[in-house]
Write a new protein. Sequence first.
Length: 122
Amino acid sequence: MSWAIQAALAAAIFAAGGAAGIKWHAGLDAIAENKRIAATQEINRENAALANRTSTHFEKARTQNETRTRTITVEVDKIIERPVFRNVCIDDDGLRLLNSQIRRDTAPGESGGAVPGPAAVD
């Protein structure tokens, strides 16, 4: 075989090997990119689930606070509309409402500080 044929054959083998190597590395890069995309999607799913749980908890707490505030506001409006006599500061319904708030009768699930009695005033 002449040296020209050998050189052409060596060049063809070298070119084929180089092309195969390029394809090999391109395949590895594609696999790594797919793994990165899958990991990013998993992180996005976890973040969305966390956001959903947090917003659900927030909405429940907000609704509970809104309901409690609205109920007290309605009661206060009713009490204010009633006539108050000069010798009585608060009518019976107002006194009942204040005492229930002090005893925490309307919100049994909440912990509250105790109101000091007359002995603690000394």
